[in-house]
Ligand binder design. Sequence first.
Ligand SMILES: Nc1ncnc2c1ncn2[C@@H]1O[C@H](COP(=O)(O)OP(=O)(O)OP(=O)(O)O)[C@@H](O)[C@H]1O
Ligand SMILES: [Mg+2]
Length: 325
Amino acid sequence: MKNATKRKTQPAATFEEEYRSGLSEYALRGGEAALGRAYALGRRAISEKMSLIELASLHHQALHRMLADARGALRNRELLTAGCDFLAETLSPYEMAHRGVQDAIAALRQLNETLEEEIKRIAYAVHDEAGQLLVAVHLALADLARELPEHQKAEVGRIEKLLNQVEKQLRRYSHELRPTVLDDLGWVPAIRLLAEGVSKRANLRIQVKTTIAGRLAGPLEIALYRIVQEALTNAARHAKASQVRIQIERKNRLLCCTIEDDGVGFDAREVQSDGKRRGLGLIGMQERLSAIGGTLSIKSAPGRGTKLLIQLATENSNANSHRAR
Ligand SMILES: Nc1ncnc2c1ncn2[C@@H]1O[C@H](COP(=O)(O)OP(=O)(O)OP(=O)(O)O)[C@@H](O)[C@H]1O
Ligand SMILES: [Mg+2]
C-alpha cells in the first residue's frame, strides 16, 4: 500500500531525463525501439514548444555526460555515432513539421493568387458593367427629360446628380478593389490613393509618409496593399480615431510599415484568443504576411490607440530609399 502510494506520487520524468535515458539505451543496445523513442521525443519536444537550439543544447549536454562516463577512444567514437543517429531521429518530426508549414505557405500563396484574380474580375465588373448600366440610365433619363414639361426637368436634373455620385463611388470602389495604380505604379502610390478615399468617406485625417521608392515583386505589393487596406478599414470602423499615420521606411534589409491611429484601442490578445475571435481581418493580415515571410506586431490597449508594425525582409535593390516626402 505504502509502495503503491509512493509510485503514484512519483513525478513524471522530465524531457531531459527521458532524452538521456533514451539516448543511453540506444548507445548501449541500438535497435528500432530506441529510435522510435527518439522520434516520440521529437514529437513531445514540438508539443512542448522546445526550440531547435534548446534541443541541440540538451543533446549536447546529455552526450557530454555520457562521453565523460565512457572509457576509451573506440567507445567515444561509437557513442558519437549513436548520438548523431539518435539526434537525427529526434529532429525528424521537426523536419516533417517544417515541410508541412512550407506546403501550407505554398497553398496560401496559391489561394491568394486565386482570390486576387477573383477580386480583379469583380473590380472590372463593377467598373465596366455597372458603368455601362449607368450610362444607359443617363440616356433614358435624358429621353424622359425631353418629354417632360419645363417645370419637371429640374427633378430629373437632381436624379442625374445623384446618379453621378453613385458612378463616382462605384469607380472609386472598383479602383480600391483592384487599383490599376497598384499594377502600374506600385503599392505606395496605391496606398496614397486608398488613404485619400478612406479619408473622404470616413472623415478621418490620414497621413502617408514614406522613404521608399521603387517596386517590389507583384505578390508582395498586393499583400502589403491588402494589409494596409484592412488596417485602414479597421481604423475607420472600430477606432473612432481622428487621425491615422502610415509610415513606410526601410531599415537595413527590413521594410517597415507602421499604421498608427489615435482611437479607442483594443485588447489585441483577447480579440485573437480562441472562441473570442470576432472577425477575419487581423488573422487575414497575419496569414498574408506569413505567406510572404513577413511579421505583424500589434500594439494596442483600450483608450491608447492602435499601432500595427509590419516587417518584411526584402532583397529588392530597386526599392531604394530617398528623403521622406
Ligand atoms: N484600429 C482598431 N481600433 C480599435 N479596435 C480595433 C482596431 N482594429 C481591430 N480592432 C478590434 O479587433 C477586432 C478584430 O478585428 P478584425 O479586423 O479581425 O475583425 P473585424 O474588423 O471585426 O471583422 P472583419 O475584418 O472580418 O470584417 C475588431 O472587431 C475590433 O474590436
Ligand atoms: Mg477588420
